[in-house]
Design a protein around this ligand. Structure first.
Ligand code: ADP
Length: 470
C-alpha cells in the first residue's frame, strides 16, 4: 500500500494568485493541508499576467505542449510556497482583463489542460493521481485515457474530478474540441457528447476514476433535475463513483482572535470584542447600533437569492433588523439594493463593490448573516460567519444544510421565497432577545471547519483511486 502520494492538482484559479470564487480557496488551501499529511502536491494553474515580467514565479522557459494540429509553446513558471509546489502556464490566451467570460474560453482551457502533463514532466513531477477541478480541467481524465503525446507514466493515470459548481459546464463544438485536445475523432460518440455539443464537465464525469463535489447534500441534489442543470441523469448514472466532501475554512485567514480588520480581537471564550466590532461597523455604515444587525456578503447573482433579501427588505426592518449588505455582480441587483438602502437611512446600508476589509468587519460585527442561496455547493460565508459568532440565516440546501444546525448554530429555511426567509429571520429575531442567543453563538464559534478534516477524506479517496485497477 502506498504511503505518501504525489498529487497533480490542476485548477483554473488558485488563491492568492487568482480568484473569482470558492474554487480558488480550495486550490489554495487543500494542497497545503495535503502537504501537512505528508503528500507531495504540484498545483498547475494558468498565470494570468506576463510570465516574463512579474518577479514571482520563476520563469524557466517555454515547452511545446500538444494542441490542435501539432504542438504550441507555453511558458512555464515555478514557485514553492508553504511546502507546495506550483507550476504556472503562461500564454497570450490567459493575459486578458478577466479570468473567464470570453467566447473562446473552452479553447483556452483545452490548451491549458493539454499543457498540464507536459508541464509536470518538465518540472520532474511524476504523479500517482491527477486531481482536476470544474469544467476548465475536466477534459484531463479523457486526455489521460486516450490522448496522444502524453509523457511516459501519464497514460491511464487515475484521476479525481471535483465539481465545485454544476452550473458551469464548458460547451463547444465536438469535432473542434477533439481537435484542440488532440483526441481521436472516433471519440465523438463518447461522454463528451451532450445533446450534440461537447460538454467538458460531462466528459470528465465519464472518464474520471472518482468524482467528488463539495458537500454531501449537493452530491445528492445534483442528481435531481432542479439542481442538475441538465446533467442530473449523468450524475445518477455515476452515483457509485460520486462522493461529497465538505470544503474547509482557512482558519488562519479567518480568525477573529487575530483579525487585523477588527477593532479588537475575540473568540468563543472572550466574546466581548464582538460588540466593539458591531459599534465600528455601525458607525462606518451610519447604521443604528442597538437593533440586531443582519449582514450580507455575497456575489450578486441569481444563485445567491439576494432578490429575496430585497423583496423582504421593508419587512426585515419592520421585524426590527438593521441590514448591512456588501456585494457586487449583476447591475440590476446592485441598483435595487441601493434604492432599498436609500429608502431606509440608518437601517439599511448597501455597499456595492468587492471590499475584503469591510467583509471581515461585517462577519465580525453583525449578529446574523443572511445566506438565502437557491443552490449552494458548499458555501464559505456561513462558515466564516459561525467562526465569528454571527449566526447564519440560510436556505436549507447543499453545503448550508450540511454545516448549519437549525436553531443551534444558525437558522435554516426551505422555501426560496421572501416569506421563507422572513419566517427564519422572525425566529432569529425572537431568539435574539433571550439568553439562548449567546449559547447559540458559542456553539457556532466552537464548530471545527478546518481543512485538516477534509484533507483526510481526500487522502482516503486518493488511496482507493490509486489502488483501483487501471
Ligand atoms: P461563491 O464562491 O459562490 O461566491 P462562497 O460563499 O463559497 O461563494 O465564497 C464567497 C467568498 O467571497 C467569501 O469569502 C466572501 O466573504 C467573499 N465575498 C463575496 N462577495 C464579496 C464582496 N463583495 N466583498 C468582499 N468579499 C466578498
Amino acid at each position: 500500500m502506498v504511503g505518501a502520494m504525489r498529487v497533480l492538482f490542476a485548477s483554473a484559479e488558485v488563491h492568492p494568485y487568482s480568484k473569482t470564487g470558492g474554487l480558488a480557496d480550495v486550490a489554495g488551501a487543500l494542497p497545503r493541508a495535503l502537504t501537512a499529511l505528508g503528500h507531495e502536491v504540484l498545483v498547475v494553474s494558468p498565470w494570468y499576467a506576463d510570465l516574463r515580467a512579474a518577479p514571482p514565479p520563476l520563469w524557466i522557459g517555454d515547452i511545446d505542449a500538444p494542441f490542435a494540429d501539432g504542438f504550441e509553446a507555453v511558458g512555464v513558471g515555478t514557485m514553492e510556497r508553504g511546502g507546495v509546489r506550483y507550476a504556472f502556464v503562461g500564454h497570450d490566451d490567459f493575459r486578458r482583463g478577466r479570468l473567464y467570460g470570453y467566447d473562446d474560453d473552452v479553447r483556452r482551457f483545452c490548451r491549458f489542460s493539454r499543457a498540464v502533463p507536459a508541464v509536470a514532466e518538465r518540472v520532474g513531477f511524476l504523479p500517482d493521481v491527477l486531481h482536476a477541478n470544474d469544467w476548465h480541467t475536466a477534459y484531463l481524465p479523457m486526455v489521460l485515457a486516450h490522448g496522444w503525446h502524453l509523457p511516459a507514466g501519464f497514460q491511464q493515470l487515475p484521476s479525481v474530478l471535483t465539481v465545485h459548481n454544476v452550473q458551469y459546464q464548458g460547451e463547444s463544438d465536438i469535432a473542434q474540441t477533439l481537435r484542440w485536445l488532440r483526441l481521436p475523432a472516433a471519440l465523438a460518440g463518447s461522454s463528451i457528447d451532450h445533446f450534440g455539443r461537447a460538454n467538458a464537465l460531462q466528459a470528465g464525469l465519464g472518464y474520471a476514476t472518482r468524482v467528488t463535489t463539495v458537500s454531501p447534500t449537493y452530491a445528492e441534489e445534483i442528481q435531481r433535475p432542479e439542481y442538475g442543470y441538465t446533467l442530473d441523469g449523468t450524475f445518477r448514472h455515476i452515483r457509485d463513483r460520486l462522493v461529497g466532501i465538505l470544503n474547509g475554512l482557512d482558519t488562519d485567514e479567518w480568525n477573529p482572535a487575530t483579525d487585523a480588520h477588527l477593532p479588537s480581537s475575540f473568540d468563543a471564550r472572550h466574546p466581548d470584542g464582538k460588540a466593539a466590532a458591531k459599534r465600528t461597523l455601525a458607525a462606518r455604515l451610519e447604521l443604528a447600533v442597538e437593533p440586531p444587525l443582519l449582514g450580507v456578503v455575497s456575489r450578486l447573482a441569481d444563485q445567491k437569492g439576494i432578490d429575496l433579501v430585497i423583496a423582504a427588505g421593508d419587512r426585515l426592518v419592520a421585524q426590527g433588523w438593521t441590514l448591512a449588505v456588501l456585494g457586487s455582480g449583476e447591475p440590476a441587483l446592485e441598483r435595487t439594493l441601493s434604492a432599498l438602502a436609500a429608502r431606509h437611512p440608518g437601517r439599511i446600508s448597501a455597499t456595492i463593490g468587492f471590499d475584503e476589509g469591510l467583509a471581515h468587519l461585517i462577519y465580525g460585527g453583525a449578529d446574523a448573516l443572511a445566506v438565502p442561496s437557491r443552490f449552494e455547493p458548499c458555501g464559505l460565508s456561513q462558515l466564516i460567519a459561525m467562526r465569528y459568532g454571527t449566526l447564519p440565516i440560510a436556505r436549507d440546501t447543499g453545503g448550508l444544510h450540511d454545516t448549519v444546525a437549525h436553531d443551534r448554530t444558525g437558522f435554516l429555511f426551505e422555501s426560496a421565497r421572501p416569506e421563507g426567509l422572513l419566517k427564519a429571520t422572525e425566529l432569529a429575531r425572537e431568539a435574539f432577545d433571550t439568553p439562548g442567543w449567546r449559547r447559540r453563538v458559542r456553539q457556532a464559534m466552537r464548530q471545527d471547519f478546518s481543512w485538516a478534516r477534509s484533507a483526510n477524506r481526500y487522502d482516503a479517496l486518493y488511496r482507493s483511486v490509486v489502488a483501483s485497477p487501471r
